[in-house]
Design a protein around this ligand. Structure first.
Ligand code: ZN
Ligand code: ZN
Ligand code: ZN
Length: 412
């Protein structure tokens, strides 16, 4: 699926490793390649909040109206122009054993052949004492929204190895992801889980061992060894979002309407988002636990994380010339050119989220060092190299909030 004729992977140097380069001149807006993940997993809390997604490809499985009703807590809401919703429910199927849902029989088959024989809970509802159920429940008590990763991503990696006909081949494909030096694993994996989760590996490790022990990656099941796969997904994991409602809104935008109809539809959609966002902010921090009182649990989309082979070769710049998009309402990733790119030029994406990208050089560098273990020397950072080492004010506020949160947690 990846269109490798437009881009090629090249080794740069020991420090930077590999990079992605344009094989020919590329116009802004071009899709450089599309790629399915090696593994992807929906976040567990996202699933709890009834964001129904295909277990294999993360396609959003509610239709736009169902999603809008749930998120706005208005069960009688009626969406206009439902022809703009492309959810195709007639193709949906279940695993006959555990009843987990797939958007089509191909997804069910692919999951079964890759990892689901190992991960299937065999019955519905599942046995609460099943080791995988216990692992997920413990994970949920450690990792609240906004989630950044899921223990199920690691579980799917291990299950894929267990089921693989050629273990060497699949281990090699996991090993080609950006390697994290052992002395940095601790810092990176704790950063991924948050400071308050120090020591949680000790709780997860025996549960994972019990649920999924696999000889060829025995080192992951030793005390402390679990940091390796966590560091790997911390460095290489890519967030995925899908939503039937976004597809619907996008298609509504494309409709050719009379001025008045257009105005009414736009106003309806704006109002819908206002209603939905009301639900999202209702998260409270009570008795050292997040009490999720909203309908949506702080999400707007089906959310999860995934590992992509080709995308993981793409280096960072604070002034990127490409960006990641999910154009198919599932985990298939599209890399889209933001600017014209000339033949031989490196294709660069931003690892920073939108708000962090606008912060000071010092703030960006700090974020990149902590999360991705490198110092950025992109054109913007070089231009700003004489800027004083100040932290952006938003970040200071954020840090204060975090400290306040920790203090109140300690009090409880
Ligand atoms: Zn699917
Ligand atoms: Zn199953
Ligand atoms: Zn930079």
């Amino acid at each position: 699926m990846a269109n490798e004729s437009i881009v090629n992977v090249r080794f740069i140097d020991e420090l930077k490793g590999r990079g992605l380069f344009a094989s020919r001149d590329i116009a802004a807006g071009t899709v450089l390649f599309e790629e399915k993940p090696l593994v992807c997993a929906q976040f567990l809390w996202n699933e709890c909040y009834h964001y129904e997604a295909c277990e294999y490809c993360m396609r959003s499985m509610e239709n736009a109206e169902e999603m809008a009703r749930r998120l706005s807590a208005n069960p009688s809401l009626v969406l206009p122009c439902m022809e703009c919703c492309k959810a195709e429910k007639q193709n949906f199927v279940h695993c006959p054993h555990c009843r987990v849902a797939y958007c089509c029989s191909e997804c069910r088959e692919q999951a079964w052949n890759q990892y689901h024989q190992v991960l299937c809970l065999s019955q519905h509802p599942p046995d609460p004492n099943h080791p995988l159920v216990i692992l997920q429940e413990v994970w949920k008590t450690m990792h609240y929204p906004p989630e950044t990763t899921s223990i199920m991503l690691i579980a799917k990696m291990i299950a894929s190895i267990k089921q693989a006909k050629s273990k060497e081949e699949i281990l090699a494909s996991f090993n080609q992801f950006c390697h994290v030096p052992q002395n940095e694993e601790r810092q990176l994996s704790h950063k991924l889980l948050g400071k308050q989760f120090e020591g949680q590996y000790e709780a997860l490790q025996p549960l994972l061992l019990n649920a999924l022990h696999e000889e060829s990656v025995a080192q992951w099941f030793t005390p402390g060894g679990l940091r390796s796969p966590f560091a790997l997904i911390g460095m290489n994991g890519q967030g995925v979002g899908s939503s039937s409602l976004s597809v619907y809104v996008h298609n509504c935008d494309e409709l050719d309407l009379e001025a008045e109809e257009r105005h009414n539809l736009d106003q309806f959609i704006d109002q819908l988002y206002v209603e939905m966002e009301k639900g999202i902010v209702d998260i409270m921090f009570v008795h050292s636990k997040y009490l999720l009182v909203s309908e949506s649990g702080a999400f707007l989309n089906c959310e999860g994380s995934a590992l992509y082979k080709l995308q993981s070769c793409c280096n960072h710049s604070c002034v990127p010339n490409a960006e990641i998009s999910f154009l198919h309402n599932n985990s298939t990733l599209s890399l889209v050119a933001l600017t014209d790119i000339t033949e031989g030029q490196e294709v660069l994406i931003s690892y920073l989220d939108k708000c962090c990208k606008e912060r000071s050089r010092h703030s960006r560098q700090k974020e990149l060092r902590e999360n991705y273990l490198f110092s950025c020397d992109c054109s913007k950072c070089r231009l700003q190299c004489d800027d004083p080492d100040v932290t952006s004010s938003e970040e200071e506020e954020e840090e204060e909030e975090m400290e306040d949160g920790e203090a109140s947690q300690a009090k409880n």
